[in-house]
Write a protein that binds this ligand. Sequence first.
Ligand SMILES: *[C@@H]1O[C@H](CO)[C@@H](O)[C@H](O)[C@H]1NC(C)=O
Ligand SMILES: *[C@@H]1O[C@H](CO)[C@@H](O)[C@H](O)[C@H]1NC(C)=O
Ligand SMILES: *[C@@H]1O[C@H](CO)[C@@H](O)[C@H](O)[C@H]1NC(C)=O
Ligand SMILES: *[C@@H]1O[C@H](CO)[C@@H](O)[C@H](O)[C@H]1NC(C)=O
Length: 374
Amino acid sequence: MRTSVTIAALAMAASSAAQEAVECKIVEFPVSVTANNEDFGNTIDPNSVSSIDQFLSQGLSTGAVGVVGQVSTSANFSISAQYCAPAGATPPETRPIQLLAHGNTCDRTIWDALSRPDLQASGYSYQRFFASQGYATLAIDLPGHGNSTIPDPNTIVQLPIEAAVIDAIAASLRSINNPLGISFPKVVFTGHSYGSITGVAAARFVPTFADAVVLTGWSAFVPLPSPMLALQMQPAALLFDRFKGYPLGYITASNETGHEEIFYAGAYDPTIPKMSFDTQDVMTCGEGGSLGEGLQPAIGFTGKVFATTGSEDFMFCNPKNGDCADQLANSAFLFPNATSFQTQVIDNTGHDFMLHTSSTETFAKIQQFLESNV
Ligand SMILES: *[C@@H]1O[C@H](CO)[C@@H](O)[C@H](O)[C@H]1NC(C)=O
Ligand SMILES: *[C@@H]1O[C@H](CO)[C@@H](O)[C@H](O)[C@H]1NC(C)=O
Ligand SMILES: *[C@@H]1O[C@H](CO)[C@@H](O)[C@H](O)[C@H]1NC(C)=O
Ligand SMILES: *[C@@H]1O[C@H](CO)[C@@H](O)[C@H](O)[C@H]1NC(C)=O
């Protein structure tokens, strides 16, 4: 009897050394920010479906919308976030916290296997992987997404103010003055897709916002017309009950086939695209029209950058723009003063890399970057 108890205890000790238990909780960050948002003049009538259609199809086809100037915009947001860390004590001070920003038609659940226990158990949760390896992560819902404040989609929810939100939350994580009550000595920003583009602007506005930057589902090169046309985006309020009452400038994919084509390729479980389509979030006209703000060099940033994207990501490694590895390497022009700019193409993987067969392999590559560079 005694022997078998000892063996069981040893087995438990061994498994907890390899993989720590994980704790996640929801927290709200109040943020008060000001940014120079784009002024679209009269090019968008917020109450007209046809005006919104016109704005979208022009933006996605040509990459240009009628920006007439910039306007200083202030707002207070309640930013909803999920914090995950090794269970029990405060995370080790030597390891950085990652601030995670999701992409478009998504919310923070993309970093936690769509909040589904079955997918979490199968290794698709970025947050649970890193917590099991001893790292804290904070996945935020950008303004207008998930359970964060839902403000005006055209004038307020734009890339510049979202970059300012990232800067404000990153700064608060370094002080004790945040809802977690923990001060983190090192902060790494990790973005996916639109979240990565926004992170480039966050680095341009406040170069010290993060000690290192990880950009996933990203490159500096997006093809036109945009492959996102396949999503056939329409006002979300007219498509799905859960978005009833959202202003018309909140849009989302109407075409489930297009959703699978854009976000998945290579090796993935074919039952997952329906799950992500059924729980997809929104994007805004303001986000689409202000994308250019995230394509300007973050010259002041002097930390390290790691860019990793699926070889089959048709939005950010489109064959039209050449070899995927070259596209990633050539994206270094956005960080001319970074200490290093490292890249990694993920084979056989599409845009939502965390929901592909290679998920754990990619998480481990990012962990390796953090361990040898931050
Ligand atoms: C944000 O909140 C502060 C404090 O409550 C208030 O003074 C300010 O007017 C608010 N700003 C906006 C743009 O609503
Ligand atoms: C938002 O809040 C609702 C109600 O509390 C919850 O059911 C939902 O899962 C939350 N979504 C996110 C993305 O946090
Ligand atoms: C959805 O997109 C697919 C191809 O991406 C297309 O064949 C199909 O006709 C579209 N469905 C609708 C209802 O437009
Ligand atoms: C960054 O690099 C540019 C050249 O790309 C240079 O002109 C500039 O002075 C550098 N800025 C900083 C803050 O190091």
